[in-house]
Ligand binder design. Structure first.
Ligand code: MSP
Length: 473
């Protein structure tokens, strides 16, 4: 039986249209999914949209639409853009799916029956942008640091609370001890430490219902309240498998997300699962943010980069390459149009594209049938490539490939194959063709279309010269 691998992206709020931030996580997840398929695993890749809560309801109202109608429209933007980027998700979940709603109610009932939910009055400040309560000490200039242009709201109401604090000791053990039955990995290391230190300074219980947010799933035993949007949303990772009758993929191998939603994914989700007696995901990987020319991306600054614009300029694989090579691993990544175009020209038009064109033109002058070689992805010589993947250091994996490109270029410059003919030329080309076939194999998770084009071009009866893979910009 094939090994299984289950990877997820956050489900995106429908108050916004897709931008380069969502694109970053989703393409990263696709690269990982394709990588595990290449290793021979059976993969399930989930993405979707998060459609309940006050923030979405407000966005719908501003558009003069009923929430569901509004969600249908915006969710479609996400559903349609991913295939254009060659993102092959297996299922797109929407939290307004009635099957999801039912599963959320079942799980919350289990947590309730387990004695982990109680009623109390909540008084505090709420950030609508984050959809979460925020403490006075977390404020910067009276606002949430992530949403400096929005006012925090004072709230006071009777809510249901989840006994999050009860699970703190268990979570600390689960994170720290690899032999613990609940063990899960938080990576990178810096984020693991951040979570542990926050857990150790003490954690409050979590309000998990709303009295004044009708756009949500009702609390099963008290219809006057709806389930807090984050509790509803997190359960998508589990409900999606049930909906698809793919429960054998649980627990998830990897939840991929950015630092803004670390706490929900590395603490709250796991506590809920322990309480509901469901096994825990194996790993949560948290990346950082894209900054645009040194600034946060925002509608008001007008610096938002959309996936559509990226596609128009750089094509599918150009976009995937630029995203993967600038992936904000441990710290924020500064990107911008100028640097994207420079990188595209240097690495794709000149680097990869030029090498493939040079060798193809020379090979097309020979009679040799350059058969597809039987190269194994698990070959020892690709060890560093695999190590980079283990740590989600896409840029490193790409550097490994581009090092091969530059070595091949050097070979050509050294051997002057353009001065050779017949058997002599074939002898020089043989290892170069093999090198290009290896490069195509390693490129598969990143640039699936290009890898396929190269493979086709360099196997079969005759190598053909072809249109440039990446036209210069
Ligand atoms: N709906 C919640 C997630 C629920 S998951 C159970 C949410 N949605 S969101 O639309 O705000 O998406 C946040 C995610 O989008 C981040 O965690 C990250 O994956 C991605 N990004 C949004 N802006 C980003 C950048 N500027 N840079 C990189 N990724 C960022 O939170």
């Amino acid at each position: 039986m094939k090994k299984k691998f289950y990877v997820t992206t956050p489900i995106y709020y429908v108050n916004d249209v897709p931008h380069i931030g969502h694109t970053c996580t989703t393409i990263a997840a696709d690269i990982i999914a394709r990588y595990h398929k290449l290793l021979g695993k059976e993969v399930f890749f989930l993405t979707g949209t998060d459609e309940h809560g006050a923030k979405v309801a407000e966005a719908a109202q501003k558009k003069g639409l009923l929430p569901k109608k509004f969600c249908d429209q915006v969710s479609k933007n996400f559903q349609e853009i991913w295939p254009k980027l060659n993102v092959e998700y297996d299922y797109f979940i929407r939290t307004t799916n009635p099957e999801h709603e039912k599963i959320v109610q079942e799980i919350i009932k289990k947590i309730y029956k387990n004695g982990d939910i109680y009623k109390a009055r909540y008084e505090g400040l709420y950030c609508l942008g984050c959809e979460k309560f925020i403490t006075e000490t977390e404020l910067t200039n009276g606002c949430c640091p992530l949403h400096p242009n929005e006012k925090v709201q004072k709230q006071s109401e009777e809510n249901y609370f989840f006994k999050l604090s009860k699970y703190v000791p268990q979570l600390i053990k689960a994170i720290e001890d690899p032999k613990n039955k609940y063990h899960y990995q938080i990576s990178p290391q810096s984020k693991r430490e951040e979570v542990l230190s926050k857990l150790k300074t003490g954690v409050d219980d979590l309000s998990i219902s709303r009295a004044n947010v009708p756009w949500g799933i009702p609390i099963p035993w008290d219809k006057s309240q709806t389930i807090y949007v984050w509790v509803d949303a997190l359960i998508n990772y589990y409900s999606a498998l049930k909906i698809n009758e793919k429960k054998e993929f649980w627990p998830a191998n990897l939840h991929l997300l950015a630092k803004d939603i670390l706490w929900f994914h590395a603490v709250i989700w796991e506590a809920m699962l322990i309480s509901a007696k469901i096994s825990l995901p194996k790993e949560v990987f948290i990346h950082s943010f894209y900054m645009i020319d040194g600034q946060k991306m925002s509608k008001s600054l007008g610096n938002v980069i959309s996936p559509q614009k990226l596609l128009e300029r750089y094509g599918v694989d150009g976009t995937r390459y630029l995203i993967a090579s600038s992936f904000p691993y441990d710290s924020d990544s500064d990107v911008g149009w100028k640097r994207f175009t420079e990188k595209y020209n240097a690495d794709l038009a000149n680097g990869l594209g030029n090498l493939v064109a040079r060798v193809a033109t020379l090979a097309s002058r020979t009679e040799n049938k350059y058969q597809k070689l039987n190269i194994k992805i698990t070959d020892k010589k690709f060890k560093d490539y695999h190590l980079s993947f283990k740590r989600y250091q896409f840029n490193e994996a790409l550097t490994f490939i581009w090092e091969k490109i530059s070595q091949a270029d050097k070979q050509i410059d050294r051997k002057h194959p353009w001065t050779l003919k017949g058997k002599e030329l074939e002898k020089v080309l043989q290892p170069l063709v093999k090198e290009i076939q290896e490069i195509a194999l390693l490129l598969k998770p990143f640039l699936p279309e290009t890898a396929e084009k190269i493979e086709k071009q360099f196997s079969g009866p005759k190598v053909k010269s072809a249109k440039p893979l990446f036209p210069r910009l």
